[in-house]
Design a protein around this ligand. Structure first.
Ligand SMILES: [Cu+2]
Length: 230
């Protein structure tokens, strides 16, 4: 009996671990200041922690794909210079296989993330040594970085950080949003814009690739979404 209970407990513990193998955007570092999602003045959009991805490739038109479930706009947009960096602090528990993408849309506080026109401004792929960015940054306790293009025109932006989990069937998309005020800058990003939902069909090679087929960036050179804007 004790043995059986122990086994059941072990199974429940394993199941709990599996369920918790999901994570959300918890902190952000903007212009040298760090904010937590629980801060009153956080620029991180609030969301409902539904213990799952924002969307999957079978659920690709889910509006939650923009900024996670039931996202609510932040009320603070801290300043950062165009050409500067932003660090996304994802919680531990993201899956190991997949890239990080960063998108940016001109979007005032209170804007609708589903109608925002996003440029892609960053991609972090598997590296030449075969290491994906989750183990490289998140599991190592480091922020996932993006450098804001110096061409960005000044204004309020919605930054969207996205992690794709190629290891699940269907593949999962994790997303979080942050509002920032870009200062300085240039005459505007050049490139294609997309909306979320709308950016992906779910059938892109970059969303359907099997992780065991990816040993390095040459095996995964078709990340979903538009080219990185200049
Ligand atoms: Cu998962």
């Amino acid at each position: 009996m004790i043995g059986k209970l122990t086994t059941v407990s072990a199974i429940l513990a394993a199941a709990a671990t599996t369920v918790n193998a999901h994570a959300f955007l918890e902190t952000v570092t903007v212009g040298g200041s760090s904010f937590s999602k629980t801060d009153d003045n956080t620029p991180i959009w609030a969301w409902s922690p539904n213990n799952g991805p924002a969307a999957t490739v079978e659920d690709i038109d889910n509006p939650n794909i923009a900024c996670h479930a039931n996202a609510v706009p932040a009320t603070n947009a801290p300043s950062v210079n165009a050409g500067g960096s932003v660090g996304f602090g994802w919680g531990q528990g993201l899956h190991k296989w997949g890239p990080f993408l960063t998108y940016a849309a001109k979007c005032d506080l209170g804007c609708d993330p589903n109608s925002a026109e996003f440029y892609k401004i960053g991609e972090i792929n598997i590296d030449e040594s075969g290491t994906w960015p989750v183990p490289k940054y998140v599991d190592a306790g480091q922020d996932v970085p993006v450098t804001l293009p110096s061409s960005m025109e000044p204004g309020t932006y919605l930054l969207r950080t996205e992690n794709i989990n190629l290891g699940a069937i269907p593949a999962e998309i994790y997303a979080g949003c942050v509002s920032v005020t870009v200062t300085g800058g240039g005459s505007g990003l050049q490139g294609e814009t997309v909306t979320f939902p709308g950016a992906y069909t779910g059938e892109e090679p970059g969303l359907t690739k099997q992780p065991y087929d990816v040993k390095g960036p040459s095996d995964y050179n078709d990340l979903p979404g538009p080219a990185v804007a200049q």
